[in-house]
Design a protein around this ligand. Structure first.
Ligand SMILES: Cc1ncc(COP(=O)(O)O)c(C=O)c1O
Length: 313
């Protein structure tokens, strides 16, 4: 029995809450789509409906499953990884259910709620220097694994192929099915880049001409948990930049920006009018502007760079 099928090495985890991962609804955002050309809909995928509450349930289940299949967690060996929060909560939730010990390396400025949840789920924690962020936590986890390889199975979600494969085999096909293939743009935030790499790779194969847009924080000190400013961070080994047909940046709330289509030179001035934080409207504001400037229906698979130039600090 498998929880997630369609791969040669499908996860062996079965039963209980693990069967509830994925198949999350697509929710139509009517207000966000207001003013767009007729027939254009914008949807958000309700990943909070996964058992531990985030998109990270998908890669966590696949990584855990792969480790169990490969015998990496035999004899009480501990699953070790760094995370800014949600991946840790996913590992700890499934680890508790499967009797797998989980050790999470996490910056000490993670919210008290996250730390409390991780502890309540029985995870062991190593708290790292908050000024070093998730990159610092990753370095500490790698060192812990190198120091004690017999004790730890170091998953390293940034380089683990099961991270993007989970999205290739679940998130991507779900989106294709839920939109009946009527998909022009796929937008994902970039953290480990597993979501964008996996679902983006699947959707580019399945939907000719689909645009794949990665969204990252505009500045290194952004405070958006789980997302990365790639220009100043180590690029995750699983990231495949060739998948991007467009790149976009999030900008601070209230910022004014010019969004330019590199192919046509057309641009539009946008104001980021959300209240800030990592929430879909902040991202969709930009993609909406992009729609208005680049939604030439026949842009096909020609790569387009949407250049976002901040006009306010
Ligand atoms: C809620 C949420 N969304 C998106 C991401 C980034 O996803 P990915 O790591 O697949 O790039 C994260 C990463 O932790 C997250 O917690």
């Amino acid at each position: 029995m498998t929880i997630l099928s369609t791969t040669d090495r499908s996860p062996i985890l079965a039963g209980g809450m693990l069967t509830r991962i994925g198949t999350t609804p697509l929710i139509r955002l009517n207000l966000v789509a207001e003013g767009l050309q007729a027939g254009v809909d914008v949807y958000a995928k309700a990943e909070w409906m996964n058992p531990s509450g985030s998109v990270k349930d998908r890669p966590a289940a696949w990584i855990l499953s792969r480790a169990l299949e490969d015998g990496e967690l035999a004899d009480g060996r501990v699953l070790l990884d760094s995370t800014s929060g949600n991946m840790g909560i996913a590992y700890a939730t499934f680890g508790a259910s499967l009797g797998v010990r989980v050790h999470i390396v996490i910056p000490s400025n993670a919210s008290p709620e996250r730390l409390a949840i991780l502890r309540a789920l029985g995870a062991d924690l190593t708290l790292t220097d908050p000024t070093e962020g998730s990159d610092g936590a990753r370095a500490v986890a790698a060192q812990m694994a190198a120091d004690d390889p017999a004790r730890f199975h170091y998953a390293d979600q940034y380089s683990h192929p099961a991270n993007w494969q989970a999205h290739f085999h679940t998130t991507g096909p779900e989106i294709l099915e839920q939109t009946a293939g009527r998909l022009t743009d796929f937008v994902a935030g970039l953290g480990t880049t597993g979501t964008l790499t996996g679902a983006g790779r699947y959707l580019r194969q399945a939907v000719p001409g689909v645009r794949v847009v990665g969204v990252q924080p505009a500045t290194p000190m952004h405070g958006l948990e789980g997302l990365k400013h790639l220009a100043t961070s180590p690029v995750p080994p699983i990231f495949d930049p060739a998948l991007l047909t467009a790149a976009s940046n999030t900008l601070p709330c209230g910022a004014i920006a010019r969004v330019t289509n590199s192919n046509t030179g057309k641009s539009v001035i946008v104001k980021i009018n959300d209240t800030g934080g990592f929430r879909p409207p902040l991202i969709i504001d930009l993609s909406q502007a992009a729609y208005e400037t680049i939604a030439a229906p026949n842009s096909g698979s020609v790569p387009v760079t949407i250049e976002v130039q901040a006009l306010t600090p």
